[in-house]
Design a protein around this ligand. Sequence first.
Ligand SMILES: [Zn+2]
Length: 145
Amino acid sequence: MSKFMTYDYWHETYKPIKNTVSKYPDDNLIHFETYGDEYEAVSQAHEINPKTIWTEVDGDSGTYIVAGWHFVNRIHYYITENPWEDEWTEVPTWCYRECDNADDNDGECPRECEECNGESTIDVPCDTVDDLKWIYGQDNNDIVA
Ligand SMILES: [Zn+2]
């Protein structure tokens, strides 16, 4: 059973640590790359407590931060101060759906498509609990906040 939460709730609850390993440090930098020193930092944190590691992955209809250390479709890692409780936690960071006209166009919309301007996909907001209900179902009881 998956749990879903907004990025803001995740950020507030689990408190991602700053990436101070990066060659391009920035006060807002919290993701870690999947290679080099940054990956090494994730690996070390994983040894201390595997439940502090999260992976941002590329999914079927967007990108998600999921609990745990994963390799398939990974984009970034995060290390949090507070450990996750449920290994099936999912935090959408970017969502899209296929354009309604894409089927009529063999999945690829022409640039003239008024709905998507030829992108063939349309961004779906995923910032609030209401947004998540539209994505995962209005009656979904697994949306934490
Ligand atoms: Zn379209």
